[in-house]
Design a protein around this ligand. Structure first.
Ligand SMILES: [Zn+2]
Length: 313
């Protein structure tokens, strides 16, 4: 009996030595999720729809337990008779404990807006958000350029960025840029057709999966390792209904989700960036251009989704 137990114990011990499950592998990749154009961007979108989108988007974020930084366009709150209700949409993000940044008041592009007027857009971009955040001892710290346009020329870009620092802002770069807005527009146009919306949502997640592979490869090409990525998506109905599926896809790719603060602690974000011009492109592509390196082409949008989003007249 004793011998049997001993054998059993030895067998168990040796099984443990050979087959002990490996510790859960730490996520090899990290990503900060940023959501632009708060409180809502999309076709139509009366107040009731915006309230529905905000509620469902925040529910998906809470269910995933992922840190998010949202970027607000306060001009969207300035609607006669709806100011309180629209401000409540931003309050809901604050109540959810999420980080909020400035995305200008009215979403102009620095490419064709004079610097002084653009600076005014930044100054008027965050008073309400700052007031709401102050209740929890917080404030707006990040700035996200509309259209990711950082200026028509290097002189304007540098002047604006130096001014931003003086105003206490940090630029929020994007590595995982994408054409999510095309899928979101198609999704809005397909409202009322659940089967088509489901197909668009599936195509969206597959497209973002492929696009992630493109940016991961570009990061490795430039830095020889996995970098901390920053994802850009928008506060739209598509994500209100399918953010969970999108984040699950990124988890399958090995991503762990981190705050924007933590992602930007990756030294890659100190890289030289001398790109200026019309294109609102990924910071990975800017770093490649700065170094004179090629960066290939981004995966294409599904043509049939583009046709739904932008039908022939
Ligand atoms: Zn935007």
């Amino acid at each position: 009996m004793t011998r049997l137990l001993l054998i059993a114990a030895v067998t168990v011990a040796s099984a443990c030595a050979q087959e002990a499950p490996a510790p859960e592998p730490a996520a090899e990749r990290t990503m900060a999720v940023t959501i632009d154009d708060l409180p809502f961007v999309g076709l139509g979108g009366d107040l009731a729809h915006q309230q529905r989108v905000t509620r469902d988007l925040l529910a998906q974020i809470a269910a995933a337990g992922v840190p998010v930084t949202g970027f607000v366009n306060e001009g969207k709150l300035d609607v006669e008779g709806e100011r309180r209700a629209r401000t409540a949409l931003v309050q809901a993000w604050v109540d959810a404990g999420l980080d909020l940044g400035n995305h200008t008041r009215d979403h102009p592009s620095l490419f064709d807006t004079p610097l002084a007027a653009f600076q005014d857009q930044v100054r008027r971009g965050a008073p309400i958000t700052n007031r709401l955040l102050a209740a929890r001892g917080d404030s707006v710290r990040y700035f996200r350029h509309p259209y990711l346009n950082t200026g028509p020329d290097l002189e304007t870009k540098r002047a604006f960025e130096a001014w931003l620092v003086g105003e206490g802002y940090t630029v929020a770069p994007v590595t995982h840029d994408n054409a999510e807005y095309v899928y979101a527009r198609a999704y809005d146009r397909a409202a009322g057709d659940q089967a088509l919306q489901a197909r668009i949502a599936d195509a969206y997640v597959a497209y973002m999966d492929t696009t992630a592979g493109y940016y991961e490869a570009l990061g490795r090409d430039l830095f020889g390792r996995e970098i901390a990525h920053v994802l850009l998506i928008h506060a739209n109905a598509l994500n209100a209904d399918h953010l969970g599926a999108l984040l699950a896809m990124f988890e399958r790719r090995g991503y762990g989700f981190v705050s924007l603060d933590r992602a930007l602690a990756d030294p890659v974000y100190q890289s030289d960036d001398t790109y200026a011009g019309r294109a609102g492109i990924s910071w990975l592509q800017r770093w490649a251009l700065t170094r004179g390196l090629p960066f290939g082409s981004e995966p294409p949008v599904d043509p049939w989704v583009e046709d739904v989003a932008y039908p022939e007249p």
